[in-house]
Write a protein that binds this ligand. Sequence first.
Ligand code: FMN
Length: 380
Amino acid sequence: MENKILFEPFTFNNGVKVNSRLTVAPLTLFASNPDGSVSKGEEQFFSTRAEHVGMYIQGATMVSLNGQAFPCQPRAISDSDLDALKQRAQIIKKQGALSIVQIHHGGEFALPEFTGEAPLSSSAHGDVKELTEEQIQRIISDFARATELCIKAGNNGVEIHGANQYLLQQFFSAKVNHRADKWGGSLENRLRFPMAVVDAVCAVREKLNRPDFIIGYRLSPEEPGENGITMSDTVELLNALVKKPIQYLHISQWSFTKNVRRGVGEGSPRLKVIHDTVKGKLPIVGVGSLFTMNDYIEAMKSGYVEFVGCGKSVMINPHLGTNLFEGKADEITLELDPQKEDHYGIPDPLWLMCQKGDDWLPPVKGKEKKSGPFNSITEY
Ligand SMILES: Cc1cc2nc3c(=O)[nH]c(=O)nc-3n(C[C@H](O)[C@H](O)[C@H](O)COP(=O)(O)O)c2cc1C
């Protein structure tokens, strides 16, 4: 059966083994309780979607109160978050997947109505303030503390959110970062903050003597705009990351097959260029508009990635992993049916957002797609 390629075992460089190449892509559910505890909606969403999955990556989880970028965002900030982190890990692990928490700081996209202060980023613009040296050090230690909490709560790993224009990318991008100190300017300086976060996260694993704990890094390979990240910049980022004692790289894209806009490998598939740069030193997760069984198989067959990510498709198909494992291609559906809300177990706020038909969310039966707040999806 062709679907076998999705279930070949894989052993990470720290000895951890998985039996599935399927990865649930991080999905923000807008559904944690206001006190950070796990809501019924979250519980229901997680309850089946980790079947036959290698890594289940939980959606962006804030490491600092001043980094909150979504309403009802999960947290990994203090001991009071341990119960929620444990509960989510248990639901996921019970289904056989590794539970990975994506650790996140929104930077300039933090929401003042929740944080109570102006958003902070690598550089000031409009209402956004430039981070001071002290604040930078504080956020680096927040990533470390979040990692410690994730370990203590029984998770199998963390994914550092370096993608989708959030804080780490705001330092790496010359479009956003105009600093004149050691945190900005040259490419080496723009790499400093993301690498400091990676080092702090790796140091926690070392301190707690947990070599089996997985550390991944998610990045967006290109940005539009004059000083936006080019594939040449990304090659440098990848070269820096493969030197770190991490376990995987996750390439955030809206389309798996997207070609390089400019820089190294212009016109070739981005994932090919990334694969040729990484040269198997770390496994790569590829994601973006994979919906059918054939899409997943072809993505694996491209040879560019070791893992395939499922985002919208796992929202539409609560048993996607099982459908793929059993080769039931016909049972995989391609759009949400607004009449069958109970079938999906998608938390209410996200379900309501889906009904608007924004283009970054799953297709909805009978609804035209329209540009949503992320109308840049075609550009990323
Ligand atoms: C509802 C929703 C929430 C998302 N939340 C996150 C997130 O928390 N962190 C992240 O890195 N990406 C997030 N993404 C992006 C996905 O992880 C994925 O990269 C994107 O949806 C493309 O994959 P797909 O076509 O399989 O959905 C989100 C996407 C959707 C649709």
